[in-house]
Design a protein. Structure first.
Length: 306
């Protein structure tokens, strides 16, 4: 009897020890799992912190000055891009001088500018001197008249005849009996070069006024009865009337579709390929040709190239 009780007691003790051991193992396992989860969360947080730190360092690493010179027609685009880029990279300064496309290409080829803004394709001689054509957007050229003019559309031939002096009165193209005042840009202007090339009238224009900026042409046309002038599409406002050409309205949509024949590239030329430029200038082109830069181009009325 005593032996049976002793066996029963020993069995109970053994069972108790086993239960305690099992509970300990479970608790240990839970502690281990919890520790592993905490470690993973910590690693994830550290990774995010490192990524943020890398981005901050990248932003902080960009510093210095980018100098642009060139097209007055590109002022709106260049200014908007510069302001946005400097906001993103506070230690960077972007300067821009608007003196015409030819002067911009000359400045970049002579080493006096990082970027030469040109509102036309580069000439063979400019490329031969080292300039590389980097197209950043497409622009339409609007033909404008004063708001009192009753003419709303011209054919390509009529426009050619007006600018070469074959047609000198608005009555000859369906308008009032009034003389046509032909306004254009100065020699060396990218807008003038593109306009004359697209019409095939280079060195054949009969200008009454040759002005040195897009804004000056707009102001002259707006204030002069019977005037006609050409400007970048993205600067047109209600002070003038932008004529349809061959029945096609001058809109970004029509330029992009290829229906409006007066269009030209906006070029940011460099001396050598982009890959040969400084880290800062390369970062500029990454931005301009990236999503953010192309959104800015669209907002100022241009056709994007990406």
């Amino acid at each position: 009897m005593k032996t049976k009780k002793l066996i029963a007691l020993l069995s109970a003790c053994a069972l108790s020890v086993m239960c305690m051991t099992g509970c300990g193992e479970t608790a240990g396992n839970n502690t281990s799992t919890s520790s592993q989860g905490s470690a993973a969360a910590s690693t994830s947080q550290e990774s995010k912190t490192e990524e943020s730190s890398v981005e901050d360092n990248k932003t902080a690493a960009l510093s210095g000055t980018i100098q642009m010179v060139g097209s007055t027609s590109m002022e709106k685009l260049a200014t908007a891009l510069a302001e946005s880029f400097m906001e993103k990279y506070p230690d960077v300064t972007v300067t821009a001088e608007f003196v015409g496309s030819g002067a911009g290409i000359e400045a970049v080829n002579s080493g006096n500018a990082d970027i030469g803004n040109s509102s036309r394709n580069l000439k063979d001689e400019e490329k031969a001197n080292g300039a590389v054509e980097n197209i950043v957007a497409i622009d339409g050229i609007a033909v404008c008249v004063d708001t009192a003019n009753t003419v709303t559309n011209l054919t390509k031939q009529q426009l050619t005849d007006i600018y070469t002096g074959a047609v000198t009165n608005w009555s000859e193209v369906g308008g009032a009996d009034a003389p046509i005042v032909v306004v254009g840009r100065e020699a060396g202007s990218g807008t003038r070069g593109a306009f004359e090339e697209l019409l095939g009238i280079a060195d054949a224009c009969a200008y009454a006024n040759e002005l040195d900026s897009t804004g000056a042409v707009m102001a002259k046309v707006a204030s002069t009865p019977g005037a006609i002038g050409y400007v970048s599409l993205d600067v047109v406002d209600d002070s003038v009337i932008a004529l349809a050409l061959e029945g096609v309205e001058p809109t970004a949509e029509n330029v992009k579709a290829g229906n409006y024949f007066l269009s030209r590239p906006f070029v940011m030329a460099t001396k050598g390929e982009i890959s040969e430029q400084s880290e800062l200038v390369q970062a500029w082109f990454d931005y301009v040709l990236g999503e953010e830069g192309q959104e800015i181009a669209a907002k100022v009325g241009l056709i994007t190239v990406r």
